[in-house]
Design a protein around this ligand. Sequence first.
Ligand SMILES: [Zn+2]
Length: 210
Amino acid sequence: MSHAVSAHSAGLVSCHDCSLVSRMATVSPGSVAHCPRCAAPLHSRKPDSMARTWALLIAAAILYVPANLLPVSTVIWLGQGSPDTILSGVKAFFADGDALVAILLFVASVFVPLLKLLVLTWLALSVNRRWMWRPRDRTRSYRLVSIIGRWSMLDIFVISLLVALVDLDAIATIEAGAGAVCFGAVVILTMFAAESFDARLMWDVVEEDR
Ligand SMILES: [Zn+2]
């Protein structure tokens, strides 16, 4: 691998907002630098990246438990209803022969959120533990999680679709449960965690060790 010069090691910093590259040396230490073009504060790395990422990941991991254990919806069918968790919903769709809906619900609501949490935790650990292992593949994993992050609203979409489907039937009503609130929080916290993580930190570790 050829030795790459990062903007940070060359004393350059690019603006997060307008992408203008400035020289970091012109800024006196201790003061906050501002972009000469758009006046946004300049950071060569996202500020407090690891602390923020960990805080958001831990909060998301804690809420993942009630999101799966508490009822996300209560379908009231002719005045009678029992609360449904995500997994009991998956089971019910399977039992009804709607395997496709069951699989979609499981992948979007259980598997993908867990996968995002695990990958981000692994990437954050790799920076804290100063791993040298395959930074390129880890950067690819981060990019993948960010792309999935944009599709995170798929989970919310599935729930609203279910609500719409059930509401078509005049004799049934559906109420969102506490699990749905936790679930929404997991999706949003994970998205913020992915946004706070700075993939360049993985490369800083590799470059410093040279
Ligand atoms: Zn700027």
